[in-house]
Design a binder for this molecule. Structure first.
Ligand code: R5P
Length: 304
């Protein structure tokens, strides 16, 4: 096995390689003077299982192109298998044609990746409408979850009188599971998305937040507006403190500053996307999944 990365996720790729005791070699990526992508493997890949560990943030569009080029090149150079580990897989939120004429980006991304990789592994993919990776990709896929790690983090670090809140129905599945693990009350807000940068939330399952430490749990923090509106509502309902924990911290357009202004006590993310707010390490999930694949390979001669 050889682990590579294509610009993002270097730290987690190195950590996974170290634990699995396999080589890590970042590929060389640059642009030709006209802006065309240039990519080069620095070590031989012939006969190897090449594992690309690369989250699709920052630069989701560029990431897709780099991964396709890297996977195609690995195969061209004789790699036996190419596995993509994308702790954060982008394009999944555009899972329908919400307005006439729109691209269904998730389908296009999955179709192209399915032609050049042999397996995809991600963490808490935004599969709200699809349910499984199999509904999107024509190759084997594994959607891991950071829920138990988030529950452990809360147990160890935030001990006050807690209420777990999902800021919308999509996030409620995560919120509910985490709350169950730490035996905390849980509720969900209802979110209306007006535009990519404007949302409103309201309470639909009344629960007392008075004097509580509310933890808003979501899969993604992008512009931060979802969490900010949810925090405002929680404070308006009498919450003493509000914190947020997300799996994927994209923090676009100064989201972190805006969240701090909204008086979020703790802003915590996993290291699916490298960021200063990373406090929860998902590398062990990836190691376990890659080990499982390797053991099956040894026993039944098919990697998956
Ligand atoms: C949407 O369905 C997701 O679960 C997140 O709630 C959303 O992506 C957050 O986006 P933003 O931070 O821009 O409000």
């Amino acid at each position: 096995m050889l682990i590579i990365s294509c610009g993002n996720s270097k730290k987690i790729a190195q950590a996974v390689a170290r634990t699995l005791k396999v080589p890590y070699s970042p590929i060389h990526i640059s642009d030709f003077p006209d802006g065309d992508l240039y990519l080069k493997f620095n070590v031989p890949v012939k006969g190897k299982t090449v594992v690309i560990i690369h989250s699709f943030q920052p630069h989701s569009n560029e990431s897709l192109l780099r991964i396709i080029f890297a996977a195609e090149t690995a195969k061209d150079l004789g790699a036996k298998k190419v596995i993509l580990v994308a702790p954060y897989l982008a394009f999944l939120r555009q899972d329908a044609r919400f307005h006439p004429g729109e691209a269904i980006s998730s389908k296009i991304m999955a179709k192209h990746l399915s032609t050049c990789i042999d397996k995809i592994i991600t963490i808490d993919g935004h599969l709200h409408r699809y349910q499984t990776l199999g509904a999107l990709f024509s190759i084997p896929g594994k959607d891991l979850t950071a829920n138990p790690l988030i529950a452990d983090y809360i147990k160890k670090n935030i001990k006050n009188d807690l209420v777990i809140v999902g800021p919308d129905w999509e996030s409620f599945q995560w919120a509910e599971r985490i709350a169950k693990k730490i035996s905390a009350p849980v509720t969900v807000f209802e979110k209306t998305r007006h535009t990519s940068r404007k949302v409103s939330v309201k309470m639909i399952k009344p629960i007392s937040l008075k004097g509580k430490h509310v933890i808003i749990v979501d899969d993604i923090i992008s512009t931060g507006h979802t969490v900010i509106q949810a925090a405002k509502l929680a404070y308006a309902q009498g919450a003493k403190e509000v914190s947020t924990i997300a799996v994927h911290g994209l923090f676009v357009e100064n989201a972190l500053q805006k969240l701090k202004k909204a008086k979020l006590k703790h802003i915590v993310t996993t290291n699916c996307i490298e960021h200063a707010t990373n406090k929860i390490d998902v590398a062990p999930l990836l190691v376990e999944e890659l080990k499982r694949g390797t053991i099956r390979f040894v026993s039944d001669f098919s990697f998956f």
